[in-house]
Design a protein around this ligand. Sequence first.
Ligand SMILES: [Zn+2]
Ligand SMILES: [Zn+2]
Length: 335
Amino acid sequence: MTTSSDVIDDAPKATDTAAPSATLGGEQKRSIEQITLLLFITVPFLALLAAVPLAWGWGVSWLDLGLLVFFYYLGCHGITIGFHRHFTHGSFKARRPLKIALAVAGSMAVEGPLVRWVADHRRHHKFSDHEGDPHSPWRYGETVPALMKGLWWAHVGWMFDEEQTPQDKYAPDLIKDPALRAVSRQFVLWTAVSLALPALIGGLVTMSWWGAFTGFFWGSLVRVALLHHVTWSINSICHAVGKRPFKSRDRSGNVWWLAVLSCGESWHNLHHADPTSARHGVERGQLDSSARIIRWFEKLGWAYDVRWPSRSRIDSRRNTGEDGSRRRKETAETA
Ligand SMILES: [Zn+2]
Ligand SMILES: [Zn+2]
C-alpha cells in the first residue's frame, strides 16, 4: 500500500545530509522574479492565441511545424521522464550521462529550476488535495465558483504564491549532487538555449532572418505556451475530472484526451495510486510515450532498476467499492 511517506522515502531525509546552502535558483520570489514569471506565462500564451490567425495568413512551413513538434516533445519528455518519474519519484535509475541529459532536457521546458520543480511536486504528493498541497484545485471549496477559482489557482496562480517549498527538506538528494545543483542553478542559461535553438535552426536552414523569426515564433513561443498549459492541466484538470479506477487519497483522475500531448502523464489517477511506477498508462491502449522511451533506455543499458508495475500490483490498487477511497484515506491517516 502506498502512503504519502512512500513518496518521500525514496529521497534521503533532510537530516541525513548537511545540504550546502548554495542558491539553487528560484528560492526567493522577489517582485522582479514575479514580473519575469508573469511575462513568461503571458507572452507565449499570447503567441499561442495569435498563432491561429497568423497560421491562416502565412501558412506554416514544414520546418516550423517540425521545430514545434521536436522541441515540444524534447521538453515534455525531459519533464515527464526526467523531472517527474526519475528525479521526483525514482521510478528508475539512470546512468550518469542520461541523468544529466534528462536534467538539461527538462530545464528546456522552461518550467522552473530542477530542484524547485521536484520539491514542489514531492509536496504535492505528500498533501495531495489536502492542506499543504501547493496546487490543489479544491483549495477554495467545492462549490462551482470555488472550483473555478481553484482551477485557475492549480493551473497558474500557485506559481505566484509567496510561500516556498523548502528545497533542503524536500529535495536533499538533488542538492547533494553538484552536477544537478549546477544544472538547476543554470536555469536561465537553459531557457535561453531552449528559446534560441529553434530560431537558429530556422535561420540556418532557410538562410534568412524571416526563417529565424518564424522558427522562433512556432518553435519557441508557441511551443512553450502549449507545453506549459498541458503540464499545468495535469495539476488542474486531472485533479478535477477523469475516471478514478484506482485507490488514491486525493481526487486525481485519468484523462484520456490529454495522454498524447502530456506524454502519458494524464493517467494521473494511477500515478497517485502508485507514484513510483515507471508506467502511468497501465491498461491496454493507454498511450504512455514516456514509459515507452524508458523501456528503450533500459534496452540500451542507460536506465536500470526500472519499477515496472506487475499485474498483481496494479490489481491490488483497484477501487473495489464506493467507499474505497474513503477507507484508504482513513487507513493512511492511522498508519
Ligand atoms: Zn497530482
Ligand atoms: Zn508525481
